[in-house]
Design a protein around this ligand. Structure first.
Ligand code: CA
Length: 464
């Protein structure tokens, strides 16, 4: 009798705990690690022998390496606006890098748009951005007003890395151009003194946030770890420079060292997830916000062009992800994907609803990676640079591109499968097909808006 009671109690406990497990299947955390101006070839998983990136590579090895991973614009601000909303940024007129004027109420991500943090907040996530914002410096654009629960970083597009260089109290105290590189770091709204190399400080802040979510809130979280490395100015500490003694070029040496510091940071983040036992259910995406600016010592091999271009070197970036719980490792995925897909992926997994007026351009990548869905995530990908009237379309293995004034100068067509360098323009051989792609682009373009704010470098606020 005693035996039976004991067994039935044990059984009940078992059933109960299974039910709790089922009910309590946790929503995945999301960490997006974005670097700034890192070239396609400047990561181990894309073949770099010069810059060892073992921790970044481990994301690709334990998950997916995307060979054809794109961003939606070839420079920082618009690329980030697309990523953070999951929509082509030209839908809301974010066609250029915004001016850094804290008095300008238009130069930033329009308040009519929802960020990833806004959308995830409604389904119980806590979100943080650590590092570079670059989506507006007016107080109304502050990350804490755009759905984020925590901000540690800087609002401008570029920044100095050494503590002693940060002498300007705040972006409102900036009196001349580029001085925003020297503003003090902010933790939420408070100025903080930087005590170490910026890349290391950003890593620390990311780890503190993860710690807090795991041990205090126990809610699912989204962390946008937005390193400004290896964007200029080229500044690195001895610890990292010593790893590249053999690199002769002054800029290249520093650029390599800066990426190496990011890689160490990625290693620390991975270790933290492991220690907290949340690595399996945390999705990590790693990508650069645009291609490398070659003149500054980056390497986009084998791609043509660089930061600022609609050739592949401007928009195709190092791109990887892992989610150990659902995705087996070692996948090399070669259908085109885009940074806009990250928002669509997490929104769907988290059960977040999307306002139909702000429909996403990205798609949930997970079913394509598990094989549940066949086919390609995107039939077409589109780009434009409104100021230059430049355009590009990717369709299957073909790419149509016009670097500027496409109506006047005409377009070029490349078959990326045989011609990844975009060297042989085949537009004359395939005119009907090219015209079809141009027509698709025109239809897409008709849905986009003109620029809504002054571009960085074209405004005159610092002379007022
Ligand atoms: Ca950038």
């Amino acid at each position: 009798m005693k035996y039976h009671i004991h067994t039935s109690i044990k059984l009940s406990v078992l059933i109960l705990s299974s039910a709790i497990l089922l009910l309590g299947e946790k929503k995945p955390n999301l960490i997006v690690i974005m670097t700034d101006d890192q070239g396609y070839h400047d990561v181990g998983f894309n073949g770099s022998k010069e810059i060892p990136t073992p921790y970044i590579d481990s994301i690709a090895a334990n998950g997916v390496k995307f060979t054809d991973g794109y961003v939606s614009f070839p420079v920082c601000g618009p690329s980030r606006a697309g990523f953070i909303t999951g929509r082509y940024q030209d839908r809301f007129g974010f066609t250029t890098n915004p001016t850094q004027d804290p008095n300008n109420e238009t130069a930033g991500l329009p308040l009519t748009e929802d960020t990833m943090a806004d959308v995830l907040k409604k389904v119980g996530y806590k979100s943080a951005i650590v590092g570079k914002w670059h989506l507006g410096t007016h107080p109304k654009f502050h990350p804490l007003k755009r759905g984020f629960d925590y901000f540690y970083g800087f609002l401008s597009g570029g920044h100095n890395y050494m503590p002693e260089m940060l002498t300007v109290e705040d972006i409102t105290k900036v009196s001349k151009r580029w001085q925003w590189y020297s503003t003090k770091l902010r933790e939420n709204h408070k100025a903080v003194e930087l005590e170490k190399y910026l890349t290391e400080a950003l890593t620390d802040a990311a780890i503190d946030f993860i710690d807090k979510q795991k041990n205090e809130n126990d809610s699912p979280f989204m962390l946008f770890l937005s390193y400004n490395a290896p964007h200029t100015p080229f500044q690195a500490t001895k610890k990292y420079l010593d790893r590249f003694e053999h690199v002769e070029n002054w800029g290249r040496k520093r650029y390599c060292a800066m990426i190496s510091a990011v890689d160490d940071g990625v290693g620390k983040v991975l270790e933290k997830l492991e220690n907290e036992n949340i690595k399996d259910n945390t999705i990590i995406f790693f990508l650069s916000d645009n291609g490398g600016p070659v003149k500054h010592a980056s390497n986009n091999f084998p791609l043509r062009g660089a930061k600022g271009d609609l050739y592949e070197g401007g928009t195709r970036v190092p791109f990887a992800m892992q989610w150990p719980e659902k995705i087996s490792g070692g996948i090399v995925y070669s259908n085109p994907v885009i940074s806009l897909d990250i928002m669509a992926t997490i929104a769907e997994l988290a059960g977040a609803s999307i306002d139909s007026e702000k429909a996403l351009d990205g798609v949930n990548l997970i079913p394509f990676l598990t094989g549940e869905k066949k086919g390609k995530p995107h039939e077409y990908l589109f780009w434009r640079k409104w100021e230059q009237n430049a355009m590009a379309v990717r369709h299957q293995d073909k790419k149509i591109v016009a670097p500027k004034q496409w109506e006047k100068n005409g377009c070029e067509l490349y078959s990326l499968k045989e011609d990844i360098k975009e060297a042989n323009n085949i537009i004359l051989k395939e005119s009907p097909y090219s015209n079809k792609l141009i027509k698709h682009w025109e239809n897409w373009n008709a849905q986009m808006k003109d620029r809504v704010f002054p571009t960085l470098g074209n405004d005159d606020w610092w002379e007022r």
